[in-house]
Design a protein around this ligand. Structure first.
Ligand code: CUA
Length: 155
């Protein structure tokens, strides 16, 4: 088979990049043990409703202007689906999924995290601007994925 010289160069460079990234990722994962932070805390996904704190999802005041939001994600909703907090509040989202892989993205903030069954995901954010923020699932989770949304109201 006769290959054009540029094809050879292109294939060589592409192969080096692909094999190189696999080696780097493999080294980080298996030798250094790097992984997503959400992999640290686990939960039985079949028993989310009976496991504290997820047996009582909601908004809990834990400090001066700090709140814990205990949230479950399921097809196709966030529970709680409406979160009302005062301006300047620090919110610690503590989340898990009851079924499949979902995610939480809050428009106009840097909140964007995957929420997988069997794992507890934590993410904190301080809401310094008042307004209504749209909360979306951006991980395809089934036929009703596009309806999975909620609201955060900062007043
Ligand atoms: Cu949940 Cu898409």
């Amino acid at each position: 088979m006769k290959m054009h010289r540029f094809e050879e160069i292109f294939l060589t460079i592409a192969s080096i990049i692909i094999i190189g990234s696999m080696l780097v990722t493999g080294y980080q994962t298996f030798a250094l043990g790097w992984g997503p932070p959400s992999g640290k805390e686990t939960i039985d996904p079949q028993k989310v409703s009976e496991t504290a704190p997820f047996d009582e999802p909601g908004i809990y005041k834990v400090g001066e202007n700090e709140y814990d939001v205990i949230m479950t994600l399921q097809t196709f909703s966030f529970d709680p689906g409406e979160i009302v907090i005062p301006k300047g509040a620090k919110v610690n989202f503590i989340m898990t999924s009851k079924d499949v892989v979902h995610s939480i993205q809050v428009v106009d903030t840097n909140i964007n995290a995957m929420v997988t069954p069997g794992h507890i995901q934590r993410i904190s954010h301080t809401f310094n601007e008042s307004g209504e923020f749209l909360m979306l699932c951006n991980e395809y989770c089934g036929a009703g994925h596009q309806m999975m949304s909620g609201t955060i109201i900062v007043e």
